[in-house]
Each structure stands twice: as structure tokens, then as C-alpha cells.
Ligand binder design. Structure first.
Ligand code: NAG
Ligand code: NAG
Ligand code: NAG
Ligand code: NAG
Length: 566
């Protein structure tokens, strides 16, 4: 492993050599003895929760929210038998897990048939080198508003050093907004063409707390020790700032990359994003609050959780550390914070994407997509779009339609142009599938002309988040990109009237969702799929459809296509 890494570094700049070495790398993985398995049985049910005093049906896994942690090491096989005991079809998505060659198991409505109520389905996938903090959540309907989430962590293999000392313990923090209305009611509101508007409050690990409330501590420190907090924003739409009373945070990891270890008083985390911080118990032993507040909302929402010290004496102070500035000044503050996130190039941990190149600044861009989000209407109903197209899932998952070669009957490729064209207010509602060329190195600009912050995620890949700036993008802006040590991640925020640029190599064959992580927008069309087909239909590029893949709709009962071959 170490050796391959150093060969890879030596080969940079020579594309052919790189491709050969990558192939060698892939081959090395295949011939290894079978990788270890991690098994889970999940029973998914409703259970009443009322963090803000109003009870609703939440989605629990094995009776809990947050659900069980999937703790894994790179190359582990993850096998999860999901028993759907809800009254609605269900899928889970593994946010941040790249599913190499395996969009079959990606768990999006466009890639898999849902697990029907009263039945079970077993996911099987392998985690690779996305060393760090990720999460899973239900991707169907508005289930995300009801919970059903949990942590998915990937550790480095033994012998690969991690660039910080092993913490005394680690804690999972799920920041989220919360709607008092149930997920069915929220879905009906959107189906009727209305907005679900603002959430009712914020929660940490599905609990809401106010200063002075009696609370169970979320973490108990021993004086002098250092702890890792793995923090994700699993909410529906709200960007959240979080901070500890009296304690600094050292950022060490972000969505699978080890970062340069800077200190922060507070951090902004947007929907769908994760990171890890180290916190040292270096204060007087008593109670402290962890504080979370909404960002860029007219009316600020907030919540607290409790951190205690073993043998600590004294309640947490009522005075909370103030939030960073909001509005225009707050956007500048937040963009500056984004720019401080750098990849630690000397950390010897596995590269998050060894199959791609990490000398990304030297690769020629083969395609640029400029994606502009819009809000509009169709037939008097609220819709959201990207470059004028508002995605709608057909009855049969697109991946299966494509595999069974029935695409010409169900959808048109490339309805959405690479950059906005024509009347921005016009919206077409249709399946939104973009053809992509296998192994192309693409630049994607997300440009936001709205007053609402955006958050985007790409499945199947990590990308280099090279720039965020106010205003409009133009090719000259490329000179401002961070082409050296941008973090490799899978989610990026786009501030109001601003743009963000990311770069990635489309080297993972499959069908991959690109979406707004803001769930009203996602549900009403602000998403599309990249169809990255390997022309070879070869097992080298993509796994065969799993034997247990659920078939539904138009492909049910159809003769199976010829399997892929070596
Ligand atoms: C998670 O996995 C790592 C690596 O195998 C192990 O060291 C750690 O103790 C595990 N954590 C939990 C909470 O099981
Ligand atoms: C459903 O669960 C049973 C074990 O209880 C298992 O044998 C079977 O393979 C599962 N079915 C699917 C489709 O995963
Ligand atoms: C980067 O990682 C190296 C190697 O583990 C570590 O020694 C160094 O402190 C890290 N650098 C920064 C700036 O975080
Ligand atoms: C998109 O991909 C499909 C399936 O491979 C192909 O039939 C179609 O011609 C492609 N369209 C374009 C515009 O490349």
C-alpha cells in the first residue's frame, strides 16, 4: 500500500503511466484475500418523538434515533439486512460512500427499487478509502424529515498512520432542523404545490435543549484527555453553526480527507456535510454547553446539549458563546472559513480517491458544467430546477431502465444543457439524466442567483472544492482556484448570489445522483443523474447487477440482460 502510494506520487504528470498504475492498484485489490465482513440486521419502525413538545412519527432503526453506527475499516464488506416495518416503500442512501463500480447499491430512488413494507432487502457494498465521517439516511419521499439516520465511519487500515493521536473516545453529533409535522403531511404539502416553509426548531441527536434544562450529558470528559467529535448536518435545509463553551476545536477531517489542523471557536456546517474535530478537556471541571444556531435565517433557531467532566462541579454558565455575524457580513465570514479548509498533503493516510489523481491542478479540464438553480412553477405548483430542468423520477429506477436498454421509451438523455440556456423562468419537469464520458475530468460550477443558501452533493465521487466566491462565475475566475490543497469532499455550499467550483474525475462507472441536499428542493426537482457508462460493459469497470437486486415497474419479469464480462 505504502509502496503503491509512493509510485503513484512519482507518476504524476504522466497520464498514461498513471492509468497503468491505477489499473495495477485496482488489480492488487482484487487479488487480495477476501476482505472482512461487517453484518447488520436493521428493523425499521415508527416511534413517537417530541423534541419540541409535539409528538410525531419518527423513523427509528432497532428502536433508536440516531440509528446504529456502521463502524468500518477500509475494504470492509458491509452487509445490512433492512426489514421495512413502515407502511411505505423505503431506501437508505450511504452519504459519502463512493460505491466504487456499484451504483446498484447506492440506495437512491433512481438506482434501486424500494424495499416494500413488510419485506426485507440486504444491501452489500464495500467501503474503500473514504477514511472519515459519513452518514446514512432514508432517501425516499420526505422520510429524511423523520430521522432514520446514523453514522457511517471508515477507519484507515492498520499500519497506515493517522495524522493525530488516537483520541480517548469519540462522540457522534447529528445537527438537524426539525419539523413538528409528520413526513406524510410534509409530503402532501409539497405534492399539493406548496412549500413546507421553515422548520420549527433545531435538535442535536434528535433532542432539543434550552439553557437551564435538565439534560443527560452528550459526552463526559476526563480532565486532560482529547476527544474526537464526528459532526454531521443531517437536516432538511438549515445551515448550522456549532461551538463549545470554553473549548476550542481542532479540525482534523472533513468528509474523508485529513485536513490541515487549524483551531476554530465555531464552525459552519451545511446540510449533508460532515467533519471531525478534536476537543481537549483543558478547562475547569464542570458542565459546559455545546451550542448550535441556524445560519442565514431571519429568525435564528438554536439548541444546546450538555458536556460534563467526570467529578466536575458546577452547572454550565448561562452565557453562551455568541454566534458569528449573519447576513452579508456573515457570508463573508463563512466564505473565509471555507478558504481556511485545506487538505494535509503530507499526512500519510490513504488518499480518499487513490483511483483518481490528487495532483488535480495539473489535469486538463475536459468539460465544464455551469449549474444554476431556479425556483419556479409548473401547473401552478412549486418546483425547483437546475438549468431549467426539474427532475422527476419515473416509475422504474433509471439505472434499471438503462441496464435493460429501455431508455428510449422512458427518458431523454441530456435534456439539461451544460449551462443555462434560454428563459431562466421556464421549467421542464422530466427525468434529468446527463450523459457523461467515463474518466473525463470535469469542472462543475454551481451558481446561485437566489437569496437562499444552497448545499450540493455528488454521489459516487469525491471532488476537489476549489473555490467559492460572491457574484457570477466566468472563466477568468479559474486563476483564483486553489489548485494545490483544496479538500477532497462530496458536498459544497453555495451562498446567496455566489458560486462554487469543484473538480472531479468521472472514473466510477454507474448512475450517480447530483442533488440539492435541501430536501424540499431535492424532492421538487433540484437534482439530476450522471450516467457514466463504461463503453466496455466490463467487470473491470462496473460490477454485475447483484443477484438479489429488486426488480419493479417496467423491468419486472423481463429477461435479464447478458451479464458483464471480464
Ligand atoms: C471502530 O473501529 C475501529 C477500527 O477497527 C476501532 O478501533 C474502534 O474501537 C471502533 N469503535 C467502536 C465504537 O466500535
Ligand atoms: C430477508 O431476511 C432473511 C433472514 O431473516 C434472509 O435470509 C433473506 O436473504 C433476506 N432477504 C433479502 C431479499 O435480503
Ligand atoms: C499533516 O500531517 C502530518 C503527518 O501526519 C502531521 O505531522 C502534520 O502535523 C499535519 N500538518 C498540519 C498542518 O496539520
Ligand atoms: C447518451 O448515452 C446513451 C446511452 O449510451 C446513448 O444512446 C446516447 O446516444 C448518448 N447521447 C449523447 C448525446 O451522447
Amino acid at each position: 500500500m505504502q509502496k503503491i502510494n509512493s509510485i503513484m506520487e512519482g507518476a504524476c504528470g504522466n497520464k498514461m503511466g498513471m492509468v497503468f498504475l491505477l489499473w495495477l492498484f485496482a488489480a492488487a485489490l482484487v487479488v487480495k484475500a477476501e476482505d472482512p465482513y461487517v453484518f447488520f440486521d436493521w428493523k425499521v419502525t415508527y416511534g413517537k418523538l417530541s423534541p419540541l413538545g409535539v409528538a410525531k412519527d419518527a423513523i427509528l432503526i432497532n428502536g433508536k434515533l440516531p440509528g446504529p453506527t456502521i463502524n468500518s475499516t477500509s475494504n470492509n464488506n458491509i452487509v445490512i439486512n433492512v426489514f421495512n416495518e413502515l407502511d411505505e416503500p423505503l431506501l437508505f442512501h450511504w452519504n459519502g460512500i463512493q460505491q466504487r463500480k456499484n451504483s446498484w447499491q447506492d440506495g437512491m430512488p433512481g438506482t434501486m427499487c424500494p424495499i416494500m413494507p413488510g419485506t426485507n432487502y440486504t444491501y452489500h457494498y464495500q467501503v474503500k478509502d473514504q477514511i472519515g465521517t459519513h452518514f446514512y439516511f432514508p432517501s425516499t419521499d420526505l422520510h429524511r424529515s423523520a430521522g432514520g439516520y446514523g453514522a457511517l465511519t471508515v477507519h484507515s487500515r492498520e499500519l497506515i498512520p493517522v495524522p493525530f493521536d488516537w483520541p480517548a473516545d469519540e462522540f457522534y453529533i447529528f445537527l438537524s432542523d426539525w419539523y413538528n409535522k409528520g413526513h406524510k403531511e410534509l409530503k402532501k404539502t409539497l405534492d399539493d404545490g406548496q412549500t413546507i416553509a421553515r422548520p420549527n426548531g433545531l435538535v442535536i441527536n434528535a433532542k432539543h435543549g434550552e439553557v437551564g434544562d435538565k439534560m443527560e450529558p452528550l459526552a463526559t470528559f476526563e480532565a486532560g484527555k482529547t476527544y474526537r467529535f464526528r459532526v454531521c448536518n443531517v437536516g432538511m435545509r438549515t445551515s448550522i453553526n456549532f461551538r463549545f463553551q470554553g473549548h476550542n476545536m481542532v479540525l482534523v477531517e472533513m468528509e474523508g480527507s485529513h485536513t490541515v489542523q487549524n483551531d476554530y471557536d465555531s464552525l459552519d456546517l451545511h446540510t449533508g456535510q460532515c467533519l471531525s474535530v478534536l476537543v481537549t478537556a483543558d478547562q475547569e471541571p464542570k458542565d459546559y454547553y455545546l451550542v448550535a444556531t441556524s445560519r442565514f435565517f431571519k429568525q435564528q433557531l438554536s439548541t444546546v446539549a450538555l458536556i460534563s467532566y467526570a467529578n466536575g462541579k458546577g452547572a454550565a454558565a448561562a452565557e453562551l458563546p455568541p454566534p458569528p455575524p449573519d447576513n452579508t457580513e456573515g457570508i463573508a465570514w463563512s466564505i473565509n472559513q471555507f478558504r481556511s479548509f485545506r487538505w494535509n498533503l503530507t499526512a500519510s493516510a490513504a488518499r480518499p480517491n487513490p483511483q483518481g489523481s490528487y495532483h488535480y491542478g495539473q489535469i486538463e479540464i475536459t468539460r465544464t458544467l455551469k449549474l444554476v438553480n431556479t425556483k419556479g412553477e409548473e401547473g401552478g405548483k412549486l418546483r425547483y430546477a437546475i438549468n431549467g430542468v426539474s427532475h422527476k423520477d419515473p416509475d422504474t429506477p433509471l439505472k434499471l431502465i438503462e441496464y435493460f436498454e429501455m431508455a428510449d421509451k422512458v427518458f431523454k438523455y441530456d435534456l439539461m444543457p451544460d449551462e443555462p440556456a434560454g428563459d431562466a423562468s421556464k421549467i421542464t419537469v422530466a427525468p434529468n439524466v446527463k450523459n457523461a464520458t467515463f474518466r473525463n475530468f470535469v469542472e462543475i460550477i454551481f451558481e446561485n442567483h437566489e437569496k437562499v443558501i444552497q448545499s450540493y452533493h455528488i454521489n459516487g465521487y469525491s471532488f476537489f472544492a476549489v473555490a467559492i466566491e460572491p457574484g457570477k462565475w466566468s472563466p477568468e475566475k479559474r486563476k483564483n482556484y486553489n489548485l494545490v490543497d483544496a479538500t477532497s469532499r462530496h458536498n459544497i455550499q453555495v451562498y446567496p448570489n455566489s458560486w462554487a467550483a469543484v473538480m472531479t474525475t468521472l472514473d466510477n462507472a454507474g448512475l450517480w445522483n447530483v442533488r440539492s441536499e435541501m430536501w424540499e428542493r431535492f424532492y421538487l426537482g433540484q437534482q439530476f443523474y450522471f450516467s457514466v457508462l463504461s463503453p466496455a460493459r466490463s467487470l473491470r469497470d462496473e460490477y454485475n447487477i447483484p443477484d438479489n437486486q429488486l426488480l419493479c415497474g417496467a423491468v419486472k419479469g423481463k429477461p435479464m440482460p447478458k451479464p458483464y464480462t471480464i
